[in-house]
Ligand binder design. Structure first.
Ligand code: ATP
Ligand code: MG
Length: 755
C-alpha cells in the first residue's frame, strides 16, 4: 500500500520539496551538511514510487551498507513491502550482483571469489617470486596501490602492457624485464600477470568489481541493454566521493554515452533513452581523494549530464547556529569553492567547549569526565555522544580513559587497538620472549615479517616437536635433526632462532625496560622496516600503532615501580579483555568512537573533536601541500557538522610518539573558528608553561596518524565470496582496496615547530 504522496513533502521546506518533485532526467542536490540531502533522496524515491514507477526500476547507491539498510528501512516505512524490490546498496554490492548474473559474458563464472587485501598480497608475492621481482623494494602493498590506482581510473592492463611492455604475455615464464629501474614496465607486467592469475582463479579484487562491471556494460550490449531497461531511476548519495570508475559506471548504467558527442535523445531500435539520475552531495565534504575520489565529478555535474538541474538546499536542520558558524568559518578558508549559504532555525545554542590538555591522557580523561557528567547530570544517553579523531592510532588513550571511567563505548570501524594485526604481532614477539614455550605466539611470528618460512617449514618443525614431545621453539633449536629440512628452509629458520636468542638475551641481560624491548623487537625483527618501506597509507597508520605501543610501554614504566616485561604484557591483555564487556551486538547505550572519515553522513547530539593539533589534525603530511590541506579542512568541516547540539574541541600540548613527548601546537582549524564561539574551559596547557623545557623530539621517522580511515577499509570483513549484505562489517568499503598516495614525506611537522 503506497502512502499519499502529499505526506512525503508536507514537512519539507520549499527547496527540499522542489527536489523531491523535480521532473527531469538529471538532478544534483548539492548542499551543505545537515541540510536534508539524504532525507530528500529517500523521499524522492518514495515520491516516484507513489507516482507509479516500479520499485524494480530503482537503483540507489549509498556509501555504506549501514546507510543502505537505513534507507531501505525508511522506504519500507513509507511504501511498505514494495521496498524489497529496489536495489539499495553500495557500489560494490551492486556490482557483485551484476557480475554474479552476467559476469560469464566477460569470462567470470558466477561462483567467482572476491579477494581481500590479504589474498591479493599473497598473489602479488607469488607473482613477485615467479618474475624475480625485488619485493623488498617494490612491496606488495605498493604494487597493489598502483594497481588500485589504475583500476580506479579504468586504465586496463592491456593498455599498460602495450605502452610499457609490449613483448610480455601473461603467463609467460622467463621474461626479461628491460631493467628494474623501469618502474612503469614492472608495474605493467605485474598488473597484467595479476589480472591473468585472478582470472585463472576465477577471482576478482575489490576494485575489479567496479572496473569489470564497466567492462561488461561496455562490451556486452545484451547486458547493458538489460540494465538500462531495468534501472530507469538511479540515485547516488555522497556523490562527491565517487572516483572515475564509479562515475563511468553510473553513466553506463544510465545509458549516457561517455564520449563528447553524446546525444541523450538518440534512441535506436530497442533502445531506451537515458535513465533518470539523481545525485546528492556536498563538494565541501569530499574527503576520499586518497582513494581516488574525484571532486570534479560533482563540480562538473551540470556539464557532464545533459539537461542537468541543480537544486541547492540552504536550511540546516541538524545543528545550532554556533556550530554552523564554526563550520562555515573553517570551510570558508578553502580556495576555489562556491560559497554556500547555510542557516538554521535552531537558534544559537550552547557555545563550543574548548579544552587544552597537557597530554593525550589528560585530554582523554577530560572527555571521559565530561561524558560522565553529561550522562549523570543532564541525562544525555551514551549513544548520543561520539568521539572523533583523525587517525585510528589516537583511539588508544581515549579507549583507556573510557575503560578507566567505566564508560560503555564502541569503536566503529577499525580494529580495537590491541586486536590490530601489527600490534598483535609485536605483542606475540614479547610473549615469545617471555615464554618461549608459547607455541601459538611463536608460530604466529615465525614468518612475520616475511622471512620465507611458509606452511611447509612450519609443518616440519611442528612435526618434529610433536614426535619428540617438545616445544615448537625447541624443535627450531634442533633444526639440523629435522627430517626433510632443505637448505632453503634451514637458513631462515636458523636466522629466526638467532633472532629470538638475541632478543631474549637483550631482555634478560640488559635488564631492559619494556619500552626498550619493544623498540628492540620492532627494529631487529624487521617488523617496522617492512611497514615503513611500504607506500601504502594503511601501513603508515600501522607504523603509528606500533609507535603507540612503544608509548604505552613507556607510560607503563612511569606508573609502575619495577616494571617488567611480563607485567606489561599482563596489562595489555587486561585492556583487551575489558574491551569485550557485555552487550556485544547491541550498539545502543554506548559512546561511539570513530575516525572523522567514518563519521561522514552521521550525526550525534554531542560530538568531541579530539587531537586538534598541528601535525595531528591537520595531519603532518598534509601541512605543506595546499590541496592536501584543503582536504584536511573539508574533513574538519565534516567533523564539526556532525554535532547537533554540543561540540567539544580538545587538544593536547604534548603527545607521545615513539615513547617520546612531542610538543604540539594548536590546530590551525581552532584558530579559524571565531574566538567568541568557543568557551575555553582550559586554554593554556603544558607546553606554554614548560616552554623551553622540552626538547623537540622529532626525527625523520616520526609521524603520527595515517592517511584516511585506513583500518576501516583494510580490515573489512568481506568473505572471499559471499557478498550478502550481512556479511559486511559495520562498514563497507565503498572504495578501492588500497591507495597509493605516493612517497611518504616524513616529518613535515618539524619546520612548523621550529625549535
Ligand atoms: P550530510 O551532509 O551530513 O550527509 P544531509 O544533507 O544528508 O547531511 P540529512 O542527514 O538528510 O542531511 O538531514 C540532517 C538532519 O536534519 C536529519 O536529522 C534529518 O532528519 C533532519 N531534517 C532534514 N530535513 C528536515 C526537515 N524538513 N524537517 C525536519 N528535519 C529535517
Ligand atoms: Mg547525508
Amino acid at each position: 500500500v503506497l502512502c499519499d504522496p502529499q505526506t512525503l513533502i508536507k514537512d519539507l521546506n520549499p527547496q527540499q520539496s522542489e527536489a523531491v518533485k523535480y521532473y527531469g532526467q538529471a538532478l544534483l542536490i548539492g548542499a551543505g551538511a545537515g541540510s536534508g540531502k539524504t532525507r530528500v533522496l529517500t523521499r524522492r524515491i518514495a515520491w516516484l514510487l507513489a507516482h507509479g514507477i516500479w520499485a524494480s526500476q530503482i537503483l540507489a547507491i549509498t556509501f555504506t551498507n549501514k546507510a543502505a539498510a537505513e534507507m531501505r528501512e525508511r522506504l519500507a516505512a513509507l511504501v511498505g513491502s514494495e521496498a524489497e524490490h529496489m536495489w539499495i546498496s553500495t557500489f560494490h554490492s551492486a556490482c557483485v550482483r551484476i557480475l554474479r548474473r552476467d559476469g560469464d559474458q566477460i569470462g567470470l563464472e558466477s561462483g567467482f571469489s572476491i579477494y581481500d587485501t590479504a589474498d591479493s598480497e599473497r598473489l602479488i608475492k607469488l607473482i613477485g617470486a615467479d618474475l624475480n621481482i625485488d619485493l623488498k623494494r617494490y612491496t606488495p602493498r605498493m604494487i597493489l596501490g598502483k594497481i588500485s590506482d589504475y583500476k580506479n581510473s579504468l586504465i586496463s592492463w592491456k593498455d599498460q602492457l602495450k605502452t610499457y611492455a609490449a613483448d610480455y604475455r601473461p603467463g609467460q615464464r622467463g621474461y626479461q624485464m628491460g631493467r628494474f629501474d623501469n618502474v612503469e614496465e614492472l608495474f605493467a607486467v605485474v598488473y597484467a600477470e595479476y589480472q591473468y592469475r585472478l582470472s585463472q582463479a576465477n577471482a576478482v579484487d575489490f576494485d575489479d568489481l567496479i572496473m569489470r562491471t564497466v567492462e561488461l556494460l561496455r562490451t556486452c550490449p545484451q547486458a547493458s541493454d538489460y540494465y538500462r531497461h531495468r534501472f530507469r531511476y538511479i540515485f547516488v548519495d555522497e556523490y562527491q566521493d565517487t572516483n572515475h570508475a564509479q562515475y563511468v559506471l553510473v553513466r553506463e548504467l544510465a545509458g549516457i554515452d561517455s564520449g563528447e558527442q553524446a546525444d541523450p535523445h538518440a534512441a535506436g531500435a530497442g533502445k531506451v533513452g537515458p535513465s533518470w539520475i539523481t545525485v546528492v552531495g556536498d563538494s565541501d565534504q569530499s574527503i576520499y581523494a586518497f582513494r581516488g575520489a574525484d571532486i570534479r565529478n560533482i563540480q562538473d555535474f551540470e556539464e557532464d549530464f545533459p539537461n542537468a538541474k541543480t537544486i541547492m538546499l540552504e536550511q540546516n536542520y541538524r545543528s545550532t547556529q554556533t556550530i554552523l558558524d564554526a563550520a562555515n568559518a573553517v570551510i570558508a578558508k578553502n580556495e576555489n569553492r562556491k560559497p554556500k549559504k547555510l542557516w538554521t532555525a535552531l537558534g544559537k545554542g550552547d557555545p563550543i567547549i574548548g579544552y587544552a590538555a597537557d597530554n593525550a591522557q589528560q585530554e582523554a580523561g577530560y572527555i571521559a569526565s565530561e561524558i560522565t557528567r553529561l550522562h549523570t547530570e543532564e541525562g544525555v544517553a551514551y549513544s548520543d555522544m561520539a568521539i572523533m579523531y583523525r587517525a585510528n592510532a589516537q583511539s588508544r588513550s581515549l579507549e583507556e580513559a573510557m575503560i578507566n571511567a567505566n564508560l560503555p563505548y564502541q569503536l566503529v570501524g577499525g580494529t580495537k587497538f590491541y586486536e590490530r594485526r601489527e600490534v598483535k604481532d609485536a605483542i606475540a614477539y614479547l610473549q615469545a620472549i617471555v615464554n618461549p614455550a608459547d607455541d601459538v605466539n611463536m608460530r604466529r611470528i615465525l614468518n612475520v615479517p616475511k622471512r620465507g618460512l611458509g606452511a611447509r617449514a612450519e609443518g616440519l618443525v611442528a612435526m618434529y616437536a610433536d614426535r619428540h614431545g617438545t616445544t615448537f621453539f625447541d624443535g627450531i633449536e634442533h633444526l639440523d635433526r629435522i627430517e626433510g629440512m632443505t637448505g632453503r628452509t634451514a637458513k631462515p629458520l636458523g636466522a629466526f632462532r638467532d633472532l629470538m636468542h638475541e632478543l631474549t638475551d637483550f631482555a634478560r641481560e640488559h635488564d631492559a625496560k619494556p619500552s626498550e624491548v619493544v623498540a628492540e623487537v620492532l627494529s631487529r625483527s624487521g617488523l617496522l622496516e617492512e611497514l615503513q618501506r611500504s607506500e601504502d597509507p594503511q601501513d603508515a597508520s600501522r607504523v603509528d600503532n606500533l609507535s603507540q605501543l612503544q608509548s604505552v610501554a613507556a607510560e607503563f614504566e612511569q606508573n609502575t615501580p619495577d616494571a617488567t616485561l611480563a607485567g606489561f604484557l599482563e596489562t595489555t591483555a587486561l585492556v583487551a579483555d575489558s574491551d569485550q564487556l557485555p552487550g556485544e551486538n547491541e550498539d545502543s547505550g554506548k559512546v561511539t568512537m570513530m575516525t572523522l572519515h567514518t563519521a561522514k553522513g552521521l550525526e550525534y547530539p554531542v560530538v568531541f573533536l579530539t587531537g586538534m593539533e598541528q601535525g595531528t589534525f591537520p595531519h603532518s603530511r598534509a601541512m605543506e601541500d595546499a590541496s592536501e590541506l584543503s582536504e584536511e579542512r573539508r574533513l574538519a568541516y565534516v567533523g564539526i557538522t556532525r554535532a547537533k547540539r554540543r561540540l567539544y574541541v580538545t587538544r593536547a600540548a604534548v603527545r607521545a610518539q615513539w615513547g617520546q613527548a612531542n610538543e604540539m601546537m594548536p590546530s590551525q582549524f581552532l584558530d579559524e573558528i571565531p574566538e567568541d564561539l568557543i568557551d575555553w574551559k582550559r586554554k593554556e596547557a603544558g607546553m606554554e608553561r614548560m616552554r623551553g623545557g622540552w626538547r623537540s623530539g622529532f626525527d625523520d621517522d616520526d609521524e603520527f596518524g595515517g592517511w584516511g580511515d585506513d583500518d576501516d577499509f583494510g580490515t573489512s570483513s568481506f568473505g572471499n565470496s559471499s557478498f550478502g549484505g550481512s556479511s559486511y562489517g559495520a562498514h563497507d568499503r565503498s572504495y578501492g582496496s588500497s591507495s597509493s598516495r605516493g612517497g611518504s614525506s616524513h616529518g613535515s611537522g618539524r619546520s612548523t615547530y621550529g625549535s
